[in-house]
Design a protein around this ligand. Structure first.
Ligand code: SAM
Ligand code: SF4
Length: 342
């Protein structure tokens, strides 16, 4: 079992398999994208699998593949299959925008994937096109249906809540009534847009996050409860940890009384959960990040390309020792969310 310098158990690794994406969500990427890492900079699947093997030996039990958009990288299904073969790895999950999922859902299940998170911020096609700068809602919804049909479980829907954006939260709540879907409302986070010093602490990042855009989760919950009651969905009640849909993270879950699915909130800003942080992050270009909000990184790629497994193991131990206690309300990071993996 791996613990960090503050006694937290670290058993969860998020791996970004690519920094590329087929969408340009406004809160995640600039309109003209970011400068992609060159193929030589990006870890090969073989390198990722080697790293994952060492990490599992150090106590990682859960791996989430993310990006960029992980499904734009060719060969992802076989990558999942090979990761599944790592002895000691309990589970693999995928976070995706879902737009390519209808093509891959069945193959992913056959390769050993069980859990999936689909990012979907609105149920209005025009707003979806606006938020994603050109995405088609019907593609994401087809991906969602394919995930359910293929038997992925749990199927979670990630909704980043942004003030001023038309987000039919009652529509999302209704999705949880008759099917075991789990919608999680995530607070919009100030990631990206920092200057080279990385020490930005301004209230408004240029073209990015502002305090005014942030909706605290408690406000979302109040709105859900009120709109749900008015629509006859009954009372919104808390779901105990045992009944929650097997999360790896800090979501708090609720449900409308008769619902098969749940509604969760993830509140990195309004309810700090650093004390329960259980994760490390590996970027597509092979940097190990100890905290989403810290630009401190360790060079795994160098160790993988020039070193032994022992060197890689030493880096993981160093990362555990260096993991900060909390994010100190940091605003802005050098990398954008698409370059970190969420
Ligand atoms: N492309 C995939 C997707 O959209 O699910 C995986 C990568 S994306 C960076 C991972 C998650 O980060 C998504 O759920 C996305 O909505 C979320 N995300 C991106 N930028 C964010 C921000 N500024 N605040 C909160 N969540 C954000
Ligand atoms: Fe792409 Fe996901 Fe970022 Fe949207 S949130 S731009 S889909 S990486």
């Amino acid at each position: 079992m791996a613990t960090d310098g503050f006694g937290r158990r670290i058993d969860y690794l998020r791996i970004s398999v690519t920094d590329r994406c087929n969408l340009r969500c406004r809160y995640c990427m600039p309109a003209d994208g970011v400068e992609w890492k060159s193929p030589i900079e990006v870890l090969s699947f073989e390198e990722i699998e080697r790293f994952a093997g060492v990490a599992v030996g150090e106590g990682i039990g859960k791996i989430r593949l993310t990006g960029g958009e992980p499904l734009v990288r060719k060969g992802l299904v076989d990558h999942v299959r090979r990761l599944r073969e790592i002895t000691g790895l309990e589970a693999i999950a995928l976070t995706t925008n879902g737009t390519l999922l209808s093509r891959y859902a069945e193959q992913l299940v056959e390769a050993g994937l069980r859990r999936i998170n689909i990012s979907l911020d609105t149920l209005d096609p025009d707003v979806y096109a606006e938020v994603t700068r050109g995405g088609k809602l019907s593609d994401a919804l087809a991906g969602l249906e394919a995930a359910v049909a293929a038997g992925l479980d749990p199927v979670k829907i990630n909704v980043v809540v942004v003030r001023g954006l038309e987000q039919d939260i009652l529509g999302f709540a209704r999705m949880t009534i008759e099917r075991p879907l789990h919608v999680r409302f995530i607070e919009y986070m100030p990631v990206g847009d920092a200057d080279e010093g990385g020490e930005t602490s301004c209230a408004a990042l240029p073209g990015g996050w502002t305090h005014a855009d942030h909706v605290p989760s408690d406000e979302t919950l109040e709105r859900l409860a009120a709109e749900g009651a008015a629509a006859g969905l009954g009372e919104l009640v808390p779901v105990s940890k045992d009944d929650a849909p097997g999360g790896w993270g800090p979501a708090r879950y609720y449900r409308f009384e008769a619902a098969l699915g749940t509604l969760g909130v993830i509140s990195p800003l309004s309810h700090h959960f650093c004390a329960e942080c259980n994760r490390l992050r590996l970027t597509a270009d092979g940097k190990l990040r100890m905290c989403l909000f810290s630009d401190e990184e360790l060079d795994v790629r160098g160790a993988l390309r020039e070193g032994t497994d022992e060197d890689v193991r030493a880096l993981i131990r160093r990362a555990l020792a260096m993991k900060p206690e909390n994010h100190h309300d940091r605003i802005g990071t050098l990398r954008r969310m698409s370059q970190i993996g969420g």
